[in-house]
Each structure stands twice: as structure tokens, then as C-alpha cells.
Design a binder for this molecule. Structure first.
Ligand SMILES: [Zn+2]
Length: 476
């Protein structure tokens, strides 16, 4: 079998979180009742004039600057002409010859190390409306018409379905970090089309590519690409050839199918939008945006590894959202034990958040309470085992560890005399097992430890139990 090189490029649309639409004053909320957020401008009435939303430009510039792209301080809007039932104007206002931005780099981390995905073009445009079909009618909701969109196109440098997955994941994280979009793919706030082609190792020119559409989740993009790569390989191996076409991903069937074949790329007959001036941006305005940029996920990962001495994997989990990263940093700062804070958050806290579907900032356990819990284990007030029960109660009640420990009498037993007593008791109650232990069944040691812990309701300091039990057994 031949070795193939996989070439993937992605085209991503991000809905920008503005109050109003990109060219009119309608609310940017398409989940309201159908056609309640529309006006002559976004409905494409003759003579209605678009006015550019400054906020949409600002959010787009945030992204371009954050990823190290270049901004054209003078860009031009263009009409992209095509007919579609949910595009009432008959054209989409987009950018073509002089888009808002270009270039930029997205870093991703995989098991094999870090890699960088180069971006090609980034521009602003408007979204179209939405058709929906009922049993006996087809309907159009124009609420989504004029939602500001940021289109991001990558260079054809992605080399596997897994890499595409990591890339999209990072894009979603970045738009959430920058607070420019919800990044919610299921709701269409983040959308992705992919093109993929194969070429034999050593071959210079690109192979014929297919375009994939209709993926509704990041996982869906990965699965569609994996399927399509396998399909193309098997075609080529059988001596066939790949058709240049657009294929739709069918999530339920787990395969792609032809949507349309095209002989050549469509001609949209772009021309400059006569109703909008060229967009001119001042250096000072862009500088202000630059100053307001937050630390990005990959920068946080690097800093966490460096500053808190935690593994890159842990840093990746803790920076999955800005809120979780803040939660970790606050806890680590308050207890002074970053590794323990990281362990607690990555296990118990994330489990609590997942079960209750809450975000870190809505959690009943503020960082100072988690820090107190960690300190209570470190200074021997409670055992790590009991702490796991306490944290569940903290989440349910909002109480501090101190309140719970006090009310339930959960302080760890560190009094040697008390533990010795419990050990003696366990050994005298287990004469039979004791004999077996001395006959060579050393594994019964763990059983005795368990019995002592039960006797002390889990409160005995495990370290002391081990030590005292060992001494007692050796002394017999
Ligand atoms: Zn409108």
C-alpha cells in the first residue's frame, strides 16, 4: 500500500457576540420568536442602507491581534452575489479583495509535542437567515440575517483528523477567552467546513480535494475527516480517482455523501459594496485593543508549567476555560500548594462541576474554602479520605471545611494512645487472622489497617495506624 500525505484546510465561521447586528440596530438574538428581530436593512428592502457596527469590528480585531495576524488598516466590504431563500438581499455583505486581516498562528499541543497552524485570511461578513421545514410548510426566520460573522481560513497545513480536532478546540477556547463569541458549535455560533485531499508521499502537486459540510460538533469534524480520508485512500488504492465535490456529513450514519459536484468554483461576482465606505482603522484604536487582550490558553499553559511546576497535561486541563484557570490560581495562591490544588480541582472539583453542570464561578466552593480544605489535610486536622466526603458536603451546603469538621467531629485522630487501643482491640478480635498472618499471609496487614480505620470511623491518621500496627505485630 502507498503512503499518503493528508492535506486538510478548514474554513471557520464565528458568530460575534455583539448587542446588535452588524449593519442595523436589530438585536443580535436569533433565538427570539421567528422574525421578531428584523428590519428593512436586514430584510434587504430596496433603498435601506447598512451602517457598520463598531463593536463587531472591535471583536474581529481582538481575534486577529490575539493570534498575531496582520490588520489591514484600510479594508473594503464587498457584495457576494448568490441566490438563497434565506438571503433576502440576493447578496451577502462580505470582504474579498481587501479583507480585515490576514495571517496569524494558532498553537496546538498533542502527544507528539506542539505544532503551529498558520492562518490565511480573516474577514468580517454577515450571516444569512434560517429556513426550517414543518410537516406541511417551509418557513424562513430572518432573525439570524445580519449576525456578525468572523470567517477564518487556515492554510492547507493540517495533517490529520486529530490535528483538526485539536485546532478547532483551541479556536473555540480562544474565542471564549477573548469573549467575542460563545463558541457553541451545537447552536451554530461556531461552524466549520473542511476540505481534504491526499497525495502520495513525494508527490509535489496537491491531489483532488473534497469539501465537507454539515458537521455540528468538534468531534463530528474529526469523525467526518477520518471517514473521508479512509474513503479517498480506498478509492485511490483501487485505481480510482477522487471527484471534486462537496459532501455532506451524516452524523447518524457516520459517513459522507455527495451533495453537489462542481466543475469549477462558483463565480460570486464580487464587487465593492457601494453603500459602505472603506473601513479605516486608526493605529491608536488598534493599540487600545491590543492592550486589552487577555493571556491566551497556550500562554497560560506555558506559564502554569513554569510558575507552578505542574505537568503540561495538568496545565492544559486547568486552562480549558479562563474561569477554571482563575479558580486554580486563586486556590493555589491561598493555600500555597499548587500541585495539591491542581490534583483536587482535576479530580473531585471537576467531578462535582460535571455532575451538577456548573461553571467554576457558580460553584458552592469558593477558592478560599478549597484552600482551607487542602491546608486541613496538610496540617493533619483531617485525613485525605475524609476530605473527599467533606468536599461533597461543601458543594451541597456552601459551608466551610472548618464548619463541617466541627459540626461532625471529623478531626483526625493523631493521639497515639487512642490508635494503639484500637489496634489492640482489632488484633484481639481477630485471633484467627492473626495466626494466618504469622503463618505467612502478609497481605492481611492491609485488612488489619482497614479494621482499625473502621473502628475509628475513618478518622485515625493512616500513617500512624500503619506505624503502630507494624510495631505491634513485630513485637509479638
Ligand atoms: Zn435589522
Amino acid at each position: 500500500m502507498n503512503e499518503y500525505e493528508i492535506i486538510i484546510g478548514l474554513e471557520i465561521h464565528v458568530q460575534l457576540q455583539t448587542e446588535t447586528k452588524i449593519f442595523c440596530g436589530c438585536k443580535n438574538d436569533y433565538e427570539a420568536g421567528p422574525n421578531t428581530n428584523s428590519c428593512p436593512v436586514c430584510l434587504g428592502m430596496p433603498g435601506a442602507l447598512p451602517v457598520l457596527n463598531r463593536k463587531a469590528v472591535e471583536l474581529a480585531c481582538r481575534f486577529i491581534l490575539a493570534v498575531g495576524g496582520e490588520i489591514n488598516t484600510r479594508s473594503i466590504f464587498a457584495r457576494k452575489n448568490y441566490f438563497y431563500p434565506d438571503l433576502p438581499k440576493g447578496y451577502q455583505i462580505s470582504q474579498h479583495e481587501r479583507p480585515l486581516g490576514k495571517g496569524g498562528v494558532i498553537r496546538i499541543e498533542s502527544g507528539e509535542g506542539n505544532s503551529e497552524i498558520m492562518l490565511q485570511g480573516i474577514h468580517l461578513e454577515e450571516d444569512a437567515g434560517k429556513s426550517f421545514h414543518l410537516a406541511d410548510s417551509s418557513n424562513i426566520d430572518f432573525n439570524r440575517c445580519g449576525t456578525p460573522l468572523l470567517e477564518i481560513v487556515t492554510m492547507p497545513v493540517i495533517r490529520s483528523a486529530q490535528e483538526a480536532y485539536l485546532f478547532l478546540h483551541r479556536i473555540r477556547q480562544i474565542v471564549q477567552y477573548l469573549e467575542i463569541s460563545s463558541g457553541d458549535m451545537e447552536k451554530g455560533a461556531l461552524r466549520c467546513d473542511a476540505n481534504v485531499s491526499l497525495r502520495r508521499e513525494g508527490q509535489h502537486e496537491y491531489g483532488i480535494r473534497t469539501e465537507l459540510k454539515n458537521m455540528n460538533s468538534i468531534r463530528g469534524v474529526e469523525k467526518a475527516l477520518s471517514y473521508e480520508i479512509e474513503r479517498q485512500i480506498s478509492l485511490l488504492e483501487q485505481g480510482g480517482f477522487v471527484l471534486q465535490e462537496t459532501r455532506l456529513w451524516d452524523e447518524s450514519k457516520g459517513r459522507t455523501a455527495t451533495m453537489r459536484t462542481k466543475e469549477e468554483s462558483p463565480d460570486y461576482r464580487y464587487f465593492p459594496e457601494p453603500d459602505l465606505q472603506p473601513l479605516e482603522l486608526s493605529g491608536a484604536w488598534l493599540e487600545d485593543i491590543m492592550q486589552g487582550l487577555p493571556e491566551l490558553p497556550h500562554q497560560k499553559i506555558d506559564r502554569f508549567v513554569r510558575e507552578y511546576q505542574i505537568p503540561p497535561y495538568d496545565a492544559g486541563v486547568l486552562t480549558s476555560t479562563r474561569q477554571l484557570a482563575d479558580y486554580f490560581e486563586e486556590t493555589a495562591g491561598l493555600c500555597g500548594k499548587p500541585k495539591q490544588a491542581s490534583n483536587w480541582i482535576m479530580t473531585e472539583i471537576m467531578k462535582i462541576m460535571k455532575d451538577a453542570k456548573t461553571a467554576p464561578e457558580e460553584l458552592n466552593i469558593p477558592p478560599r474554602n478549597l484552600a482551607e480544605l487542602i491546608n486541613s489535610i496538610e496540617n493533619g486536622t483531617i485525613s485525605g479520605k475524609i476530605a473527599k466526603d467533606i468536599v461533597v458536603e461543601m458543594a451541597a451546603s456552601g459551608k466551610t471545611p472548618g464548619e463541617i469538621i466541627g459540626a461532625r467531629g471529623l478531626e483526625q485522630i493523631t493521639d497515639k494512645k487512642v490508635i494503639e487501643q484500637a489496634v489492640e482491640q482489632v488484633l484481639s478480635e481477630n485471633a484467627e487472622n492473626l495466626k494466618r498472618y504469622f503463618d505467612g499471609q502478609q497481605q492481611l496487614f492491609g485488612y488489619f489497617v482497614g479494621q482499625v480505620m473502621m473502628k475509628t470511623e475513618g478518622k485515625a491518621n493512616p500513617h500512624l495506624v500503619n506505624k503502630i500496627l507494624k510495631d505491634k505485630l513485630n513485637g509479638r
